[in-house]
Design a protein around this ligand. Sequence first.
Ligand SMILES: [Zn+2]
Length: 115
Amino acid sequence: MEEAHDLLEAQRRQALRRLASLSGDFHEVVAASRDSNADDEHDPEGATIAFERSQVTSLVQQVEKQLAEIEAAFDRLAAGTYGVCEHCAQPIPAARLQARPAARTCINCAQLGTT
Ligand SMILES: [Zn+2]
């Protein structure tokens, strides 16, 4: 599973870069809110900043979740259970693993919404 390892590694790098750029955005938004000395509750501009901040936060959470999935895939790789559907224990097709190296289930189970 050399290839899976490389794919996961590439995804992890990508996710970490994304996280770094998002936290850069986050600091900018926070700095902007500090500069304007805005009152989040009553100032319309403050409300926008609060909204942007929550947008960035939810993006960060998405990337963190993705990273956790990737880490879990590394664990399965180490345990020798990588590429096996967690739900039905059937092998996950290589094409799916190519597209989504951190996939935990086969396409059938994913479509059934068991993930
Ligand atoms: Zn399955």
